[in-house]
Design a protein around this ligand. Sequence first.
Ligand SMILES: *Cc1c(COP(=O)(O)O)cnc(C)c1O
Length: 409
Amino acid sequence: MGDCWLKCNLCAKTAPLDTMKGKCECGGTLLVEYDLEKVKTTFTPENLQHRLHNMWRYHDLLPVRNEASRISLGEGCTPLLRMNAAEAHLPLKELWIKREDQNPTGSFKARGMSMAVSLLHERGISKAAVNSNGNAASALAAYAARAGIEAYVFVPMDCPPLIVEECMQYGAHTCLVDGLIHDAGRIVEEGKAEQHWFNVGTLKEPGRVEGKKTMGLELAEQFGWRLPDVIVYPTGGGSGVIGIWKAFRELREMGLIQGEVPRFVSVQEEGCKPIVDHFEELAAVRHGRVHSPAESEVTSKPTGMRVPSPPDPQLLVSILREMNGTAVAVTSEEIEDAAKRLGAWGISAAPEGAATWAGLIRLCDEGSIHSEDRVVLFNTAHALKYLQVSTPNPMHIVKDYPEWRTLIR
Ligand SMILES: *Cc1c(COP(=O)(O)O)cnc(C)c1O
């Protein structure tokens, strides 16, 4: 395995990986760098064919040094499905959906937390905390449990109840916060000195981006090292976008992919769309004036996309520009319709995944999708995590077939 270190995306200053920092003093984001000349000697399409069927198959391009440090629950290698039935309704060539809902803990957050927890485990760190809209919390809970690390998770009090239950099922200290994700983040930061927990919040450490990077590596491999034309991704804190972009950059530098990179589309919900706003106010962003919606302005549903103050919006906007991408906001009604639409095709789409369908429809209506485009939607979580469980409707309960017959009449 090649060496790796941290490098600031803004000032290019480097730091050892062991600092485990996420941010540079200059305000930039620290990302993991590899000796790609060396990685490329082992990271080959031929070698990959004989490797593990999970995200650790890409180990030479990941920051965990020892195999024994890997904390895995079988994350990654999720199905990439062709959506034939949907194609008939759309002005494009091919539509695919990446089923991130099939990960352990039911969301792509498993990839990031597998990596982050492995890095902590490798360094003998025994206590971790995170603020989250839910899926990062339950992923930390599961991977920490697997590693024997104590987990403290802080989620907004309107977090989907099943996700809260899930965190407790894995034995995490689980706290509901009267506020939004950044209020929960303040608690994690304030408690750090006294509780000695390691903060694995978005861009607070280098591991989660590297875990999410495996989505991009996997997509390239699944498509036979030919990338799609458009990727539609639901965006909150933004480490998913950063990870996928980084994957393509490294693959290109190693000569494994050629040609255009996909146009990257970030989707957010109308009631909380800082990335869409930043993208539209580029000039303001360049002068460091970025608008985050005030708490009272946030009206979107409690999903992974609801992040009013993402930690590095400038980096996200520059990635979207570099990738000829865009950012679109969709309404909660459009998201609900989209979830039903995908459900009718057998796809269990969380609101975030459904938002990508809604975003795609918008782009088609605007004419920014072309008839030759191959498009990939990311279904980032399983719909079941968001269900509001209710008692069965007595009208649906029967004792025998004759009674059922009276029901359907
Ligand atoms: C966290 C989350 C997102 C947003 O991902 P980021 O990488 O934080 O931008 C999207 N969908 C789901 C299901 C999530 O849990």
